[in-house]
Design a protein around this ligand. Sequence first.
Ligand SMILES: [Zn+2]
Length: 135
Amino acid sequence: MPRSLDEWIGKTPDASVPPRVRDRIFTRYNGRCQCGCNREIRPGEPWDTEDTIAIINGGERRESNLKPWLSEHHPKKTAADVAEKSRVYRKRARHRGIKLRKGPPMRGGRHDVLKRKMDGTVVVRATGEPVRRRA
Ligand SMILES: [Zn+2]
C-alpha cells in the first residue's frame, strides 16, 4: 500500500498551515476559491485554508481536509458551521432520547426563574429572595 509521505497533518486542531502546504493546496485547486464561487484568487489577494469538514464537526486538521478560500468569503462558512453543529447536536439528542427545551420555560412552571411559595409570596428560585410585586 502506498504511503502518502507528504500529507501534512496538524499537531493540534488549530495548527497553522505551513507555507509549503498552503502552496500545495493552492495549486491543487488551481488557485480558485472553494466556497462555491469558484472565483480565481488574484495575485496578492488574501486567502485562507478552510477546513472542508469543520473541526467542530469532527473534521481533521490535515492537508486533505483543507481548501483555499478567499478571506472575504470566510464569515459565511463560519456561521454555517455553527448552524450545522447545532443541527447535528439536536438530531443526535433527539435520537438518543435527550429532551431539548424548545422555548422559554413556562411561566410559573418549575423551570421558571421565579417561584410562588405556599403562602403566596413570589421569590427568585435560585436565591429564595422575595420579589416585590407591582400593585
Ligand atoms: Zn468564494
